[in-house]
Design a protein around this ligand. Structure first.
Ligand SMILES: [Zn+2]
Length: 127
C-alpha cells in the first residue's frame, strides 16, 4: 500500500496509508476534508437528544415543501399523499426512538434508585 505524501504538523512525512490513488491519506486528502468536518461537527453534538430533533425538523421541512408543491400544482395529489404518509411514518419512527431513549434513561435511573433503596433497607434492617 502507498504511504501518504502529506506532511504532518510536526513537519515529518505522514505515515498514513494513501487512499483513492491520491497519494494522500484520509486525514490529508482534500476530498475528505468536508466529510471529516461534518463528522467532527456531528461528533461534537453527539450525546443528549440533538440528532432526533434535527431529524424531526428535517422531516417537518420536507412536509412543508411537499405541501407547497401540492398547492402550486408541482406534485400530483396522489403522490403527495403517499409521500406525506411515508414522511409521517418517518416522523413517528423518530419520535418513537426518542421515547424509547427517554424510557431507557428513566429505567436506568429507576434501577439506580432501587439499588440505593435496597442498600438503605439493608442498612436499616441490620442497624
Ligand atoms: Zn497523511
Amino acid at each position: 500500500m502507498a504511504t501518504c505524501s502529506g506532511i504532518t504538523r510536526s513537519g515529518e512525512r505522514c505515515k498514513g496509508v494513501a487512499i483513492d490513488g491520491s497519494g494522500l491519506c484520509y486525514s490529508h486528502s482534500p476530498d475528505h476534508a468536508d466529510a471529516r468536518r461534518r463528522s467532527a461537527r456531528k461528533g461534537g453534538k453527539r450525546g443528549g437528544r440533538g440528532r432526533p430533533v434535527v431529524e424531526i425538523s428535517d422531516i417537518k421541512h420536507r412536509l412543508e415543501e411537499l405541501a407547497e408543491d401540492v398547492l402550486e400544482g408541482k406534485v400530483d395529489r396522489g403522490n403527495a399523499a403517499v409521500a406525506g404518509q411515508l414522511l409521517n411514518y418517518a416522523l413517528r419512527a423518530v419520535s418513537v426512538g426518542l421515547k424509547a431513549r427517554e424510557a431507557e434513561e428513566i429505567e436506568g435511573r429507576l434501577e439506580e434508585l432501587e439499588v440505593a433503596m435496597e442498600k438503605q433497607k439493608g442498612r436499616a434492617a441490620h442497624g
